[in-house]
Design a protein around this ligand. Structure first.
Ligand SMILES: [Zn+2]
Length: 376
């Protein structure tokens, strides 16, 4: 793994063959002094962890899984060729949100100019030794588009944490989707002189194999992971909207609640708060310990903030925003960063107990990655 100052630390790992898992052991000391974000590259490669093959329309009963290459596009005498790819995921503890994920395959040769590729998520089980054109797995109807080959590499997905591939990987990880990988094909399958050959996982040089690269965010010490169906307040008013009812708050608190709602919604693509009539009350309670409190119930939640505590401070009006954003983070499914030995998470996130509440007025990237990971 490498931190943002290019400092590196090796990772110990084990393979649990029974479960087909790669287990990474991360050095806590390195993580404690690292400059975030830290990139961990748990690349899985080799025939046992990567499954890839292609199918040929002109030879619809033939299986090609032992070929050391994969092909898309169209040619004579094979006709259209499409490929199928899946990866066993490394075991990454749930407390580490997935920041980004991408699949890379390396170009071996091609004919004609190369433009866009298309891909779909596979929804039925397959094995590389059995796939033929007639015996191809089924896919979701939604077609996604990937950019072209750059520097000899086709990259599917990228750095966007809300992108399609990270979304699939997160769902594969928690079992919301069975992990059957993707089908990949060229956007123009009309000309027999336009085709692309990629290295497969059977090629002798490991560095040429298809790769799934996952970047995880380790700056976050902990967060809650819930199934999406289990969210408080989400179901009552439709969609993913969480409606907050601050009608009993003093006017100044109501205006700060509107700011906190807009900051979560603006900076975090998975946050959908609104203000209205709801069982999700936001109230003043001066008897709670500390600044604020979040309490979940079976189908709603309660946010309480201590006006007495906040009023003691010079910048009390800003502190209201920080306290509300923190409690709203719980409503989105992320937990406290209350471990002071994890300095970054403790001091530099909205969920951190050690943050400066009068200046920490936006959700941090770490908070946002955590929430995106819960919801996507
Ligand atoms: Zn909290």
């Amino acid at each position: 793994m490498t931190d943002s100052s290019e400092k590196q630390c090796s990772i110990d790992w084990d393979i649990n063959e029974a479960e087909n898992r790669l287990i990474l052991h991360l050095d806590e000391e390195f993580l404690g002094s690292a400059i975030y974000p830290v990139v961990i590259d748990p690349t899985v490669s080799g025939p046992s962890n990567t499954y890839d093959t292609y199918a040929s329309r002109a030879n619809p009963d033939t299986n090609y899984y032992l070929n050391n290459y994969l092909r898309t596009g169209k040619d004579e005498p094979y006709g259209i060729r499409r490929l199928f790819l899946k990866f066993n995921l490394p075991s990454i503890e749930n407390k580490y949100p997935i920041k980004s994920a991408k699949i890379q395959i390396k170009l071996k040769s091609n004919s004609g100019s190369i433009g866009q590729f298309n891909y779909k998520r596979i929804i039925t089980s397959w094995s590389s030794s059995a796939v033929t054109w007639w015996n191809s797995p089924d896919c979701e109807s939604t077609e996604y588009h990937s950019s072209s080959v750059s520097n000899g590499i086709l990259t599917i997905g990228g750095s966007d944490p809300t992108g399609i591939i990270p979304k699939m990987v997160r769902r594969w990880r928690v079992g919301l989707y069975p992990n059957y990988g993707i089908k990949l094909y060229y956007s123009d399958e009309s000309s027999t002189s336009v085709w692309q050959t990629f290295y497969s996982s059977d090629y002798s040089d490991l560095t040429c194999h298809p790769k799934l690269i996952i970047e995880i965010y380790t700056g976050y010490s902990s967060y809650k992971k819930k199934p999406i169906s289990d969210f408080y307040g989400g179901g009552t008013s439709g969609g993913n909207y969480i409606v907050l009812d601050g009608s009993e708050l003093p006017v100044i608190y109501q205006s700060k609640l509107a700011i906190a709602v807009s900051r979560w919604n603006t900076y975090c693509s998975s946050s959908h708060f609104s203000i209205g009539t709801s069982d999700n009350k936001v109230i003043i309670n001066n008897n709670i310990p500390g600044w604020g409190k979040y309490t979940p119930y079976s189908n709603h939640f309660l946010i309480e903030v201590s006006k007495t505590q906040i009023d003691q401070e010079k910048d009390w009006d800003d502190i209201i925003i920080s306290v509300l954003e923190h409690e709203m983070g719980h409503a989105l499914g992320i937990a406290d960063n209350d471990d002071s030995s994890r300095v970054n998470a403790y001091r530099c996130t909205q969920m951190g107990y050690g943050r400066d509440r009068d200046t920490f007025l936006y959700p941090s990237n770490s908070d946002i990655y955590g929430v995106n990971d819960v919801w996507n």
